[in-house]
Design a protein around this ligand. Structure first.
Ligand code: UDP
Ligand code: MN
Length: 297
């Protein structure tokens, strides 16, 4: 009995090990209905993916806003990005702030560069959130277009904890919001008022994407920011502000313009949320913050 038991156990271990190797993940969906990959740990080989992208000598732009008290998040954001974000690639950080003197000096690895761009402050966080699209759009026009191939636009109140690498590169890249990946679409907090240009009817929608990350080719993200900004302004002209501001507009845009790659919630977790069994690695997460303490109003 002991021998049979041992053989069965070894067989089980062997099967699990090799089926994971050969088939990737069976406990999560790793492709969208339009055949875009959904990136989960275990669905890609990091060495193989790096070997494809490294010879292309790419530059990855990273935009991050640190307006008002949010400058306090920059140090951890940048230090952890240096450890985990696109390691071995050319990275150009673009830090938008109204407090350029409070930007910490962080040691950057070779091939990585940081520019500080001064922008006005604001008394309404909704406005800061709204203006991100506009500022990214105009900075792409003015500068980023000439300086980078890919771009990731990220929330500053976050930290990297593990590899975020070339597996995330694609034409148009979005991340599934960690709060809604287990929900059905009627539960998604899309904008539900037809008066808004971000409106999504109850029977439409693929995923609820997080507004804390937008990525892709510079030109594709340019179009996205331009369209979202225009719609946001159109709504403002009609005295309507979408439920989750730019996130609502992002979700509407991505419903019509399907992302070519979708990142799992490993790429956008929230520190207050306990890790679930599907999430083998938390790569990037929003830190716990006291809103009363950091927001202007
Ligand atoms: N932000 C900022 N200053 C503010 C409010 C927001 O710089 O006073 C920027 C910052 O980059 C932040 C992003 O806008 O990460 C989104 O806002 P927030 O993180 O507060 O939204 P949440 O993630 O809590 O929905
Ligand atoms: Mn945030």
């Amino acid at each position: 009995l002991l021998i049979v038991g041992t053989i069965l156990l070894l067989g089980y271990v062997y099967f699990n090990f090799f089926s994971e190797r050969l088939n990737g993940r069976t406990d999560v969906v790793s492709v969208t209905p339009w055949l875009a990959p959904i990136v989960w740990e275990g669905t890609f080989d990091p060495v193989l993916v790096d070997n494809i992208y490294k010879p292309m000598n790419l530059t990855v732009a990273t935009t991050v806003f640190a307006i008002g008290k949010y400058v306090r998040f920059l140090q951890d954001f940048l230090e952890t990005a240096e450890k985990h974000f696109m390691v071995g690639f050319h990275v150009r950080y673009y830090v938008f702030t109204d407090r350029p003197h409070d930007v910490p000096s962080v040691n950057l690895s070779q091939g990585r560069h940081l520019s500080v761009i001064q922008v006005p402050g604001s008394n309404r966080w909704q406005e800061i959130s709204a203006r991100r699209m506009e500022i990214i759009q105009t900075t792409i026009e003015r500068q980023i277009r000439r300086e980078a191939d890919y771009i990731f636009c990220l929330d500053v109140d976050s930290k990297f904890h593990a590899r975020w690498g070339s597996e995330s590169l694609g034409r148009l890249v979005a991340v599934i919001h960690p709060g809604y990946y287990e929900q059905t679409r009627d539960r998604f907090p899309y904008e539900r008022r037809p008066a808004s240009t971000a409106y999504i009817p109850m029977d439409e929608g693929d995923y609820y994407y997080g507004g804390a990350m937008i990525g892709g080719f510079v030109e594709d993200v340019y179009t996205l920011t331009k369209v979202c900004r225009t719609r946001f302004e159109e709504d403002a002209g009609n005295s309507i502000e979408a439920a989750w501001q730019e996130e609502s507009h992002l979700n509407r845009y991505l419903l019509d313009n399907k992302p070519s790659k979708v990142l799992s919630p490993e790429y956008l977790w929230q520190d207050f949320k306990a890790k679930t069994k599907e999430v083998k690695v938390i790569r990037f997460s929003g830190v716990i913050k006291n809103y009363a303490d950091v927001r202007p109003n």
